[in-house]
Write a protein that binds this ligand. Structure first.
Ligand code: NAP
Ligand code: HSE
Length: 436
């Protein structure tokens, strides 16, 4: 493909589910506008699905060749760009590998694959001189990939912080606003179609972790091994914690964050308390947002729909159009190296943040003092404390005691928790959250 070329950009579309259909609906409705902007039309030459006979709300354009074998797209002579929208790790990997090896550009929304095998796939794309673009893989329709790769390229990125998973955010918002339990809120999220095929990826923080690995690569030009990323999901959050957070003027959100400190990357995905005054705390429902702090630009925040056929299709289409323009010199990672260096990681036990603790304890003399001493002994200083009877409790002799602390190091938190768990008056596993 060359920039002057007016011939159609021909797509091999692997997957015609939520995102594939969103993409095709935009291609169909906005074909004139796309041609006007690109100087060339975009056409679907062929599509691969598992079940070609399945009825679908959006039709493939007339004349599209349909196959059940996605690998055919990688070899097809009438395909310029392979668009991988199947998801999963196996068929998607085989397809992308074969397409890149065959010298075809690839657009994908598959954050899971890029987090697990991105290093290898980006190296292959670089060796072949082809594009591997992935705007839709992080936060659906929000243009965060392009923002980090191009718009903020001159900045040292000091921090990237985001609400990267719409399902978890929807669940926490419903628990906060409607007083639903975790299980009730999850059911609603599934009914609305926000969750991944396997919702464990959403609620255990793994989907957000996949996206954070992609963001770290873009922000720092480093490969961060997914297995080394500390990840906590939202499954243990209770309405009680949400109520206490609100007493402290905070919301509870699942946050993915990466920061650079002294050349080392501190990163993780955890439910956190955020002051209600932060813009991120006001992102509710299935929406996503990412806040980037650059040394020159300061803070920049992007907000929008992180899922759904048309928002995600919009991001896929942007990549297709970008590749049609700059396919001769694709910019895949935003860095010139064929293989990015590995990230130097801040050891997990050195991580510091303010903390929220909720201890379930017997209500008797000396308990509060013993808890405070266990924290104080390892240098953790208490900022605020609350003890109230849980209104839903059947036994008023067992109470929650909640502390907000000043900055605490993970190593000290672990040591204090080990001691506190062993106290005979502690009646349940302590709850422990970070404060942003
Ligand atoms: P989906 O609705 O489940 O659609 C998957 C499509 O791929 C279906 O058309 C399916 O065929 C086809 N497919 C799957 N395995 C195949 C195989 N081995 N051979 C041929 N066709 C195969 O998935 P989706 O929600 O569109 O998600 C696609 C990708 O986008 C995933 O990587 C996901 O993480 C990512 N993503 C999704 C969203 C979102 O809002 N949904 C947002 C951002 C990123 P059949 O229809 O015949 O079953
Ligand atoms: N399941 C994802 C979410 C959508 O809930 O954010 C696609 O990334």
């Amino acid at each position: 493909m060359s920039a002057q070329d007016a011939s159609p950009v021909r797509l091999g579309l692997a997957g015609f589910g939520t995102v594939g259909q969103g993409l095709v609906s935009i291609l169909t409705e906005s074909s004139d506008w796309i041609e006007r902007r690109l100087g060339r039309p975009v056409r679907v030459a062929a599509a691969a699905v598992r079940d070609p006979g399945k009825p679908r709300p959006v039709a493939l354009p007339e004349g599209t060749r349909i196959t059940a074998n996605p690998l055919e797209l990688a070899a097809a002579e009438d395909v310029d760009i392979v668009v991988e929208l199947m998801g999963g790790l196996t068929s998607a990997y085989d397809l992308i590998r074969l397409a890149l090896t065959s010298g075809k550009h690839v657009v994908t929304a598959n954050k899971h694959l890029l987090a697990e095998r991105g290093e290898e796939l980006f190296a292959l794309a670089a060796a072949k001189g082809v594009g591997l673009y992935y705007e839709a893989s992080v936060c659906g329709g929000i243009p965060i990939v392009q923002t980090l790769k191009e718009s903020l390229a001159g900045n040292h990125i000091l921090a990237v912080t985001g609400i990267l998973n719409g399902t978890s955010n929807f669940i926490l918002s419903r628990m906060t606003k409607k007083g639903l339990s975790y299980a009730e809120a999850l059911k609603k999220a599934q009914k609305k179609g926000y969750a991944e095929a396997d919702p464990t990826l959403d609620v255990e923080g793994l989907d957000a972790a996949h996206k954070l690995i992609v963001l770290i690569r873009l922000a720092y030009g480093r490969d961060y091994p997914l297995a080394a990323l500390p990840v906590t999901g939202v499954t243990a959050i209770t309405p009680l914690d949400i109520a206490y957070a609100r007493e402290f003027g905070c919301e509870v959100k699942l946050i993915g964050q990466a920061k650079m400190a002294d050349g080392k990357i501190m990163a993780g995905v955890h439910p956190m308390l955020l002051s209600k005054s932060y813009l991120l705390a006001q992102v509710s429902g299935a929406f996503n947002a990412v806040r980037v702090v650059g040394d020159a630009v300061g803070a920049v925040m992007l907000y929008g729909q992180g899922a759904g056929g048309r928002p995600t299709g919009s991001a896929v289409l942007a990549d297709i159009m970008a590749l049609a323009r700059d396919g001769a010199a694709p910019n895949n990672t935003g860095f010139p190296e064929k293989t990015l260096p590995s990230a130097e990681l801040l050891p997990h036990e050195e991580e510091t943040s303010r903390r929220y603790f909720r201890f379930t304890v017997e209500d008797k003399p000396g308990v509060l003092a013993a808890l405070a001493k266990a924290l104080g002994d390892v240098g953790i200083s208490i900022y605020q404390a609350v003890q109230k009877v849980d209104p839903d409790t059947a036994d008023e002799s067992i109470v929650p005691i909640v502390f907000m602390t000043h900055q605490a190091r993970q190593r000290d938190v672990d040591a204090a928790l080990e001691k506190i768990r062993a106290f005979p008056f502690v009646k349940a596993e302590p709850m422990h959250l970070r404060v942003l």
